[in-house]
Design a protein around this ligand. Sequence first.
Ligand code: PEP
Ligand code: MG
Length: 961
Amino acid sequence: MLTLTQDDILLGCEAHDWRGALDLAAEALQEAGLVASGYRDGLHAREAQSSTFLGGAIAIPHGTPESREHVRATGVRVLQFPQGIDWHDGNRVHVLVTIAAQSDEHLDILRQLTHVLDRDGVAERLAAADSRAEIAGLLSKAVVEARLDADTLCLGFPARDASELALAAAARLRQAGCVESAFVATVADQTPRNLGQGLWLVTSDKGVTQPALALATPASPLAAGDSPLTGVFCLAAQGDAHHGLLERLITLLESGSASALAGADAATVLARLAGESATATTRRVRVLNAHGLHARPAKQLVQVARAQGVTIRVRLAEGGGRAVLATSLTKVIGLGARRGQPLLFSAEGESAKAALEAVCQAVTEGLGESVLPFNESREHQLPQPVVTINPLPEDEPQTAVAASPGLAIAPAFVLRTPRFEYPERASEPAVESRRLDEALREGEAQLEALVGQARGGEVAQILSMHEEMLTDPELHQAAREGISEGASAEAAWWHAIETAAHAQEMLADRLLAERAADLRDVGRRVLGLLCRVELPEPPDTPYILIADDLGPSDVARLDTARVRGLLTARGGATAHSAILARALGIPAAVGAGDRVLTLANDTLLILDGDRGRYTIAPSGERLASAEQRLADQRRREAEAWEARHRPARTRDGHRVEVAANLGNTAHAQDAVERGAEGIGLLRTEFIFMAHASAPDLETQIAEYREAIDALDGRPLVARTLDVGGDKPLPYWPVPREDNPFLGLRGIRLALTRPEVLETQLRALLIAAAPAAGGEGTARPLRIMLPMVKDLGEFRTARAIFDRLLEEMPAAERATDIQLGVMIEVPSAALLAPTLAAEVDFFSVGTNDLTQYTLAIDRGHPELSAQSDGLHPAVLRLIQMTVQAAHAQGKWVGVCGELGSDATAIPVLVGLGVDELSVSARQVPLVKARLREFDLAEARAQAELALAQSTAEAVRDALEVR
Ligand code: PEP
Ligand code: MG
């Protein structure tokens, strides 16, 4: 609901003309601290595109999407012009509802105001109002939605008379939550009134929580005395909110078509009550516009409807909404149709069919906007909540999901995807083609420059992949075809991008989602150039990045010199983007909800990545204490850094190796410099993902050799290709699966193309071969297989491995080799004794092990906070794994995120884990943590943890100690 306080309203404004009125509106927003001065131009630019006049003497000026960068906080200012202003579209305006919106909140405000416009004399009352309270009352009056839909109908009820039908209808209203028992009791005392034409009515306003109309019809024809009994209506009355429902009833009776309700099904009953005649021609069509039928598409629809020369009505096909004239803009907007909702158009007469076809075609084509097909199974049609402008409280810690440790204090920079506005059609294809070519060239040059600046690593790899995407001839061809069919360069390009991205998503659903995001990223770069919209540029000074969600590619592109922290509205703690944030050492909290996206840029923020908390606009006291903690943290880090090359041991000297997790072999040297005693997990899929097609043998050898050389005798634990789940590989598409995390992923997928696995194993064995001359340092190679569920899978993979060992001359391949499995699936932990007899080692992937043990998606935006690896069920599986391995003299590592959790480290050591592999940045801190306790303490902690029944209990118990 639009909630206005009196401070939001300015009475008695005056302006020479509409431009002056807009300037006043901009000033009012600026004075309220909602926008910066640049927003004024945005208001004018939006008005130049099309009038924001809404009807009933109200206009709703708002800025263009590009001007949103000037919005500091979402809000509205209402300006009353008692004399009225001649608006540029010929209308007269008395009230401006001026909106500063950071996303599409104005759509909801608009939708609410359309209800205001329905009231008689609203323009005069707004003009004459002499108090702010009166204006607020007129604009903010809550809209009570009266109810009439399939759930309020009780058709074919086995009743014997009108009273039983009345009671059945009342009971239906109670089940639908519209009335309480008192209502049913009063209905029971009533004798239904005869309305004529076989219809009867009972009505009451006792115990009504929502005005509603129910209808009960009999299972077999009945009569009441001499009168027919087709059905009994039951009206739950409330104030004047039920008047619309009564009107519908009266219209039905006036049309003389009440008999059509006899034996009718719900769709027919709702159609007749919506005002649709039984002889009308109807057509159903789905709204495809991303933001539903908002002002611009609604205007187009109205124009198309007006051009048909026949009366066309439209209603939401689902629910019991009334049909409105498709030629009335406010009525059409007032339908509040969202993307995916079907509309039902109706018209009478001979030309009805052609007219409805024309209207439905216009809707399908997007009413002037680019639209994508609707896929029911992938898109939810839940009504979206009305936006209430509910700012985040200042100086109050808010909860999110902890994703990467550390504390950050810096101003916010909210990454908002820019919106582009452009004409769909263009008259000169040659000009459009040239514009597209220029934008593509410029985009490529930009990417090339960025690749140069990135100086290698994951960022450079991702940007080069973008470069490759940008030069894809098929994409160019698709865009050119669009241009030759009359589309503008922008529309044709974006359509080509969306089609390609969509095709990728459809192919493998979540598996390829991230590559689709990359495509859109590339697409936006070019679109920005075509529309001359600057992509949001973060400030040059340190900031905390706030975004809806970040894919691994976004995180890898972050400028770590300036990004002090990450806060996302969505995402989970063990999603790969969170893992990358840890790898980059950026404190992060995820899953904070949409509210964080409404934060104004530059708002000071404290972000606690350890606890998943954030506080906006902290008080001086809170800031001082956070700064103190930050200083302590830096001191601890400095001490840990100093001691990073000391061997990892507990206080009493118990040895636990600390290795690094890497996704990029170029970072191996850096890991060693950070004190890593080896690489405990090389996620080789990231190497595959950085190439546009599967890297060949030579490329892989070079990659792995880089890491092994840098390790200088320290062991490399390389995991074979682990794609699927949340790690897509564009050139290895997987058929669409309902449940990709339980589908073809990890070793299961790899074994479907054993030749790929074989090439990888061969490359690893060659890369770890003794250096030329056969002397020098050892090159220990550990290979592990991901997502193994039992011995069968291990043996299949080992057969390939053993064959290779036999085939390859010993001098040309690694000699210090072990083959192990990851323990990520509960079955593998439960069967650890059988596996331990044949593998060389285990490495526990606590991210997936927790996911599969607790049945919580590791990236789930709401649930992943509960996906805690310190859950006693997970700890027991680790205990079983360690016991089985040690019984066979094999070692066990932990390479999931739990390995760097300060609370979990003593527990893991106490359980007997021999190696911890953590992100390279965490190596010094994990080593420092080991020095804080001795083995006896660790064992006591493990025992205590195992004795608990929930993860919270484990954390509580360990904290108390
Ligand atoms: C794990 O599942 O814990 C693991 C280390 O593998 P990944 O996070 O790459 O799936
Ligand atoms: Mg895993």
